[in-house]
Design a protein around this ligand. Structure first.
Ligand SMILES: Nc1ncnc2c1ncn2[C@@H]1O[C@H](COP(=O)(O)OP(=O)(O)OP(=O)(O)O)[C@@H](O)[C@H]1O
Ligand SMILES: [Mg+2]
Length: 218
């Protein structure tokens, strides 16, 4: 059984224009998959449907065999918190919170004990080499550091699936490659990745590439 599968997914935002036109995607546990396609082709929409932030209009979406389009909003939120880490292009960090609090957010939502939260945040910050930044706020960070904070937040819950929307888009080439090396290291530990990118050299570091054009597989 694949980890997740999208079958003939259709989606429109305004009822007239179809953004996804019978889009298909099947991802096995342990893969790193790249999604590549032009601006406006529907890449972020695919990730948002997988994360349950958007809902598809038609087709089938299964995660570990479960029919996801049947879930209520509340159940989808719980599913997302427990199974998915989302890394966004522009980091989406909370500006007035420290790096520590930004990384810890998923654990606060789960009401984990303070001591456990501290241990987990420090451990992940050490792994991503941002432990000296834990007391800073996002605007005091470089782009690469902010992206590592966003990654730390996305993986702190040990999600089975990590979705990354242009994770290297705002970074220089070297920092982008470093982020990819972090992903590959995490992938070896068992995390599955779906990475949206415009960059062929990033896609080349993935197991395979899915191409999307105008909402369709090509
Ligand atoms: N919330 C929304 N409301 C209306 N239209 C939307 C919405 N989100 C996306 N769209 C439209 O759906 C299409 C696909 O958007 P999507 O964000 O998935 O593209 P993308 O491939 O991620 O593009 P980019 O590379 O620029 O991020 C676009 O035409 C966009 O204008
Ligand atoms: Mg996008």
């Amino acid at each position: 059984m694949p980890l997740l599968s999208l079958e003939n997914i259709t989606k429109s935002y305004d009822k007239k224009t179809l953004v996804l036109k019978k889009f298909n995607l099947s991802v096995d546990s342990g893969e790193i998959v790249a999604i590549i396609g032009k601006s406006g082709s529907g890449k972020s929409t695919v990730l948002n449907i997988i994360a349950g932030i958007d809902s598809a209009d038609g087709g089938r979406y299964t995660f570990q065999g479960n029919d996801m389009l049947e879930l209520s909003g509340d159940k989808m939120t719980v599913f997302r918190r427990e199974n998915i880490g989302f890394v966004l292009q522009h980091f989406a960090l909370i500006e007035n919170n420290t790096v520590f609090k930004n990384i810890a957010l998923p654990l606060y939502l789960k009401h984990e004990p303070k001591k456990v939260i501290k241990e987990k945040v420090v451990a992940i910050a050490e792994e991503l080499e941002i432990e000296e930044k834990l007391g800073k706020i996002p605007k005091q960070l470089s782009g690469g550091e902010a992206q590592r904070v966003a990654i730390a937040r996305a993986i702190i819950n040990q999600p089975s699936l990590i979705l990354a929307d242009e994770p290297t888009g705002a970074l220089d080439e070297n920092t982008g490659l470093k982020i990819m090396q972090i992903f590959q290291k995490l992938n070896k530990k068992g995390h599955t990745f779906i990475i949206v990118t415009h960059d062929p050299s990033i896609a080349a570091m993935c197991d395979r590439t899915i191409k999307i054009k105008d909402g369709k597989n090509i």
